[in-house]
Design a binder for this molecule. Structure first.
Ligand SMILES: Nc1c(NC[C@H](O)[C@H](O)[C@H](O)CO)[nH]c(=O)[nH]c1=O
Ligand SMILES: CC(=O)[C@@H](O)COP(=O)(O)O
Length: 161
């Protein structure tokens, strides 16, 4: 189902476990920072709404989405229950978009396979800035909210498994 038919910020709040005891690391790309800041705010607000203490949200910034891989790997080594990797990759004139998107996708996948701490993929891979605006607090909701809910659910799964 496309995002256009499935608002990123809409979910059944009664199904989300209380996250008061959890600690989360959020790694934020500085590329397209007007977008990534909106994603971060959406994630932070959702975490706080579900009981996470402000002091249990740790943020690190990295230069671009490709550096989310290394930043998330180092964040996994911190005392956190899950990591959220936030980035925004927008198609330019060349194939660089393809390589960045594939690289960060595979890198974050690898971190989930090789280590115990879940890393949530909150990376927009859009054709243009408007699509990114629409998905970071615009008409299609906020992918940061979606990522925060995923992080809480995966932290709970990790705790119970
Ligand atoms: N074009 C975008 C980039 N490019 C930069 C890379 O992510 C990386 O920082 C650089 O290649 C150095 O390793 N990054 C984004 O996050 N978004 C873009 O649209
Ligand atoms: C995703 C990118 O790296 C891209 O935005 C860079 O733009 P360009 O392909 O025009 O160099």
């Amino acid at each position: 189902m496309a995002t256009a038919n499935n608002n990123l910020s809409e979910y059944d709040k009664t199904t989300i476990p209380n996250a008061k005891g959890f600690r989360f690391g959020i790694v934020v790309s500085e590329w397209n920072d007007t977008i990534t800041e909106g994603l971060f705010q959406g994630a932070k607000e959702a975490l706080l709404e579900h009981g996470v203490l402000p002091e249990n949200i740790v943020r690190w910034d990295v230069p671009g989405s490709f550096e989310l891989i290394y930043g998330s790997k180092k964040m996994q080594q911190q005392m956190v229950n899950a990591v959220i990797a936030i980035g925004c990759v927008i198609q330019g004139e060349t194939k660089h978009f393809d390589f960045v998107c594939e690289g960060v996708t595979q890198g974050i996948k690898d971190l989930n396979v090789l280590r115990e701490t879940p890393v949530i993929f909150c990376v927009l891979t859009d054709n243009n800035m408007q699509q990114s605006i629409d998905r970071s607090g615009g008409k299609h909701g906020n992918k940061g909210t979606e990522a925060a809910i995923a992080a809480i659910k995966m932290a709970e799964l990790r705790k119970n498994s």
